[in-house]
Design a protein around this ligand. Structure first.
Ligand SMILES: *Cc1c(COP(=O)(O)O)cnc(C)c1O
Length: 402
């Protein structure tokens, strides 16, 4: 695992030995996010991407308030997908106009709050556009909007596809010209477009192709507008490696392509527009660990089980039940025996009374026992808030930023 550092037997999390951190937190299981890894990740993106490309953090990947506050100081903008996420974003020093609000089914209350706040509302449907107009009349503020376009192309190789074909997201590209004409007839501040085609993609060549097509698409859509768009949100979808054979994304290749697209296509046409990439998982995913403690060790008909005090109710994705087709192990370690070689093959299971609660299937680990800490890596994105925390009614785990 790149970036894994230990001191003797103890894994270091944010520079702190894991046992000391567990004592500091006071209870297991818990999530710990490494502040310096967040900072390094943003620095890597800044060094690789064009400097006039804005970096937006998609809060839904990890909405822990301390994480959002920390990132708000080093990214340019925040992307939210609910009224509650919008409040988190508005608590940071980021300018409300640098907050974008995407997502289907926004409620009237969320829309009127967004209008009052002055955030960029990304229109997901024709009906939503009407609702915005109606709410804006009541609030008495001219809403700032962009159109989320459901592209007329698909992006292969994404863990979750969110554009192309029929979608609940965005307005189909072929319907956008009519919608723009309608929007321009109303009292709205139409800024531009948003395209987000999918999440968790590790194939640079596919993302490069998608970015080229996204630029083609926004250039076509821009021609329909009677003004020059000032907001072009190109999406993201950058993935991180979870499984043994996953290769990290070739960020340099993607950066090179974006330099070219910005320089040769976007800047000549839109010299002053804000051009954004919005990323969640790529920024926070690798900065987080989920720390559990072994509470039982048993052998059943020749198979050894380590039972830990956490499980799929906190870290659903690691159990393979978060949209994965095939269950594979997330990277896992006995964080209190980092100096020992694997010596046995075990099943690591959570404390829920269901066979779905499997965190490590036939994993090779050092000999471990009750009291040892078992850590799941790559837990910084879509962990706690993407898990069924109420299932089995255990207490919620703590989260710390280290
Ligand atoms: C979920 C989401 C993101 C973040 O996706 P990641 O794969 O975590 O980078 C960005 N934009 C929109 C509109 C989203 O819905």
């Amino acid at each position: 695992m790149p970036g894994v550092v230990s001191d003797g037997p103890d894994l270091l999390v944010g520079g702190v030995p894991v046992r000391r951190l567990a004592d500091r937190v006071g209870s297991t299981p818990f999530f710990a996010y490494d502040r310096s890894r967040l900072t390094e990740r943003v620095a890597l993106l800044r060094a690789t991407l064009p400097t006039d490309l804005e970096l937006s953090y998609a809060i839904k990947a990890n909405p822990m308030p301390a994480v959002v506050q920390h990132l708000s100081g080093i990214v340019d903008s925040l992307d939210v997908a609910s009224g509650a996420e919008m409040r988190l974003a508005l608590d940071t020093p980021i300018d409300p106009e640098a907050v974008s609000f995407a997502g289907p089914g926004k409620s009237e209350a969320e829309l009127s709050q967004a209008i009052a706040a002055g955030v960029v509302i990304e229109i997901e449907s024709r009906l939503e556009a009407e609702r915005i107009t109606k709410e804006a009349e009541q609030v008495g503020i001219r809403p700032v909007v962009a159109v989320r376009v459901n592209p007329d192309f698909e992006v292969k190789g994404s863990g979750m596809r969110m554009g192309g074909g029929p979608q609940q997201f965005g307005v189909d590209a072929e319907d956008v010209p009519d919608l723009i004409r309608e929007l321009e007839a109303r009292d709205l501040d139409l800024r531009g477009f948003h395209v987000f085609a999918g999440s968790q993609n590790l194939h640079a060549e596919i993302l490069i192709e998608a970015q080229r097509k996204t630029v083609d698409l926004v250039m076509r859509m821009a021609e329909v507008m009677s003004t020059v768009p000032s907001y072009l949100n190109l999406g993201g979808g950058f993935g991180i490696p979870y499984y043994g054979k996953d290769q990290p994304l070739d960020l340099a290749a993607i950066g090179g392509n974006l330099h070219e697209l910005v320089r040769e296509r976007l800047r000549p046409a839109f010299p002053d527009a804000r051009v954004l990439l919005e990323l969640g998982r790529f920024i926070v995913g690798e900065a987080g660990v989920y720390v559990t403690r072994v509470v039982d060790r048993k052998v059943s008909r020749g198979t050894t089980f380590l039972v830990v005090d956490g499980g799929m109710h906190h870290q659903l994705a690691a159990s393979g039940n978060f949209g994965q087709v095939i269950r594979r192990n997330y990277p896992i370690a006995v964080a209190t025996r980092m100096d020992q070689q694997p010596s046995e093959t075990v099943q690591v299971v959570g404390c829920l009374c269901t066979p779905l609660d499997l965190l490590g299937d036939k994993v090779d680990l050092p000999p471990s026992d009750v009291g040892d800490l078992v850590v799941l890596f790559q837990a910084g994105a879509y962990g706690l808030t993407a898990s069924p925390t109420q299932f089995l009614s255990h207490a919620a785990p703590l989260e710390v930023l280290v």
